[in-house]
Write a protein that binds this ligand. Sequence first.
Ligand SMILES: Nc1ncnc2c1ncn2[C@@H]1O[C@H](COP(=O)(O)OP(=O)(O)OP(=O)(O)O)[C@@H](O)[C@H]1O
Length: 292
Amino acid sequence: MTLKLEKVSHQYKDHEALKSIDCELSPGIYGLLGPNGAGKSTLLRIMVDVIAPTSGQVLYNNRAITTLGAAYRDKLGYLPQDFHGYSQFTAEEFLKYVANLKGLDAKTARVRVKHVLALVGLTSVSRKKLKGYSGGMRRRVGIAQALLNNPKVLILDEPTAGLDPSERIRLRGILSQLAQDTIIILSTHIVSDIEYVADEVLLLKEGQLIGKASPRELLAKLDRQVWAVQVPHNELQTYTTAYPVSNLQLQKEHADIRIISHAKPHISAQQAEPRMEDLYVYYFGSGDTSNS
Ligand SMILES: Nc1ncnc2c1ncn2[C@@H]1O[C@H](COP(=O)(O)OP(=O)(O)OP(=O)(O)O)[C@@H](O)[C@H]1O
């Protein structure tokens, strides 16, 4: 099973959001990482055939998804970035409704709704209206609806937004179980979301795919280039201007900073093990990093 992007470009009026994206995906978990405005949601919306690319195409098992139509949608699960659900529905009613839209027969729908509610840990509150749900609970309903039809292509736009740490860990577990025979793509600008779960990271910057590799391969590129340095307060600005900074902690007497540099930046600098946050700063700068 493959999902292939061939020279996918997208233009919004005067803004080129995606620039000739080429890549091929097979079952596994892909983390689509990029800062705000990089084009992540646009790319995912093209992959689920909600919008058509201005040029290029997406192929599922070597056939254009636009011609596959319903046959592709049957294989697809999608969590949009702005998923809300219907607040007057209970989780169970909402999922039954979506199962209906997805064309599941009544018996399968009952079984699948029960299964996905258990999977996302909402069984005990499944008869409560969504309007009483927290943001994280609603997000879990969104994840559940994407899984209803046992999709072979699962596309999750910022699935962890609003989830607390234990909910994130639960989601990682769910995705890992599915990854053997499902192509899973999740977008995020939170690096810790994909550090442990992604088989490959797709780096998207200003509409261009600038990297596609496993977290380990990407981190290896930063080998011997991450440094922990203690600098006096009055020298801090010199360092933050000269180097990408992936962490900064102000202490009373000095500042502890983590910087990326080919050469040893200071006589007291200690080499540090590269982490995904360093990678993010290396590729995207320190303006929009987030590990919350
Ligand atoms: N409907 C639209 N009309 C015009 N420009 C748009 C539209 N949707 C997105 N854009 C622009 O295209 C670019 C890519 O947007 P997109 O939402 O795909 O990025 P993103 O990486 O998902 O960002 P975020 O992390 O903030 O959600 C941005 O500059 C955005 O302002």
